[in-house]
Design a binder for this molecule. Structure first.
Ligand code: TA6
Length: 301
């Protein structure tokens, strides 16, 4: 499989495929502008570091485990076709099944700017159809360079409309959770999921002093993570997304989760997720397509 993948889609000086000790296949992207790694299972981008940054921009837990049909802690998990718990089936996986099933490479190439492009398609199976009986194509395209662009495309190839929830649930590497703020969501309404679920409105920039788990709704705004310790700003631009999720587990939840890198790996990550969740779920009419796009850029100051 690896030989066939490298023959068909490998690009010298840009892209090659390797098999991890877990047996999972990893795409290694390395070009003059930056490097990244992506696990074909879940089309799960795990790492990204532009050449201009001494420290990765996308965070991967030191305790991240690669295993068949298991989610990976960190990177940019693809949450699809629902976000959070399934609305009716408690036995269905949180954040959908897309991040733990097989995806196959459908295209690779070099962008005119020199960035590396890789596209994958979710592989449907009896198991996925049990949870999602709609005919559709789900593709993820990543473009890796000095910026990171990801396009999550849902094409409804069936005769019936359907509604999806989705997110690129990206973990960003920060210096310390106590030295960052997030701008761009001032004045937005959000569902505060800590201690229940209540609708609130954001006043000013977001700072962090405890577990924070918020779904900002009806916002297409670009967010900026201002990192006073690493002296950089991470720009999170998006289109086709009307929710933004901001999450840090803080110490208690991090210890319960146990895979964020002990003792305090959680202090060096922050999720700013571009989504369509809760009030912003998306109806994809029969015969149409919907695309969620993010573009990340890190700027030192
Ligand atoms: O996006 C925030 C969130 O929904 C949190 O509530 C927390 O559960 C996080 O996702 C991680 O979820 P996971 O299923 O990856 O452990």
């Amino acid at each position: 499989m690896i030989t066939a993948l490298n023959t068909q889609f490998g690009i010298k000086g840009h892209l090659d495929f390797i098999e991890d000790a877990s047996g999972l296949v990893i795409a290694k992207i390395d070009n003059v502008q930056g490097s990244a790694s992506l696990c074909l299972q879940g089309a799960h981008l795990m790492t990204w570091q532009p050449r201009s940054q001494k420290i990765p921009v996308v965070w991967l837990s030191k305790d991240a485990k690669l295993a068949s049909e298991k989610s990976i802690r960190g990177g940019a998990p693809v949450c699809w076709p629902w976000f959070g718990a399934h609305p009716t089936e408690s036995t269905f996986p949180g954040h959908g099944y897309a991040r733990t099933v097989a995806w196959r490479v459908i295209e690779s190439g070099i962008e005119p700017c020199g960035a590396t492009r890789l596209s994958l398609r979710l592989v449907e199976s009896n198991k996925t159809r049990e949870q999602w009986p709609h005919e559709c194509n789900v593709d993820l395209t990543v473009i890796v360079g000095e910026t990171l662009r990801m396009e999550l495309n849902t094409e409804n190839t069936g005769d019936n409309d359907f509604v999806i929830g989705e997110a690129l649930h990206t973990y960003f590497q920060i210096g310390d959770i106590g030295a960052v703020s997030v701008n761009g969501l001032e004045g937005c309404e959000y569902w505060d999921k800590v201690g229940g679920s209540s609708l609130k409105r954001q006043q000013g920039a977001i700072g962090f002093s405890g577990e924070t788990d918020r779904v900002y709704i009806n916002t297409a705004a670009e967010c900026v993570i201002h990192d006073e310790k690493l002296k950089r700003r991470i720009h999170v631009a998006k289109s086709g997304s009307f929710s933004t999720v901001v999450w840090t587990p803080w110490v208690e939840k991090a210890n319960k989760m146990g895979d964020l890198g002990q003792p305090d790996g959680w202090r060096e990550m922050l999720c700013v997720e571009s989504a369509n969740a809760l009030d912003n779920q998306v109806k994809v009419a029969a015969g149409t397509r919907h695309t969620l796009i993010v573009e990340y850029r890190a700027v030192s100051f």
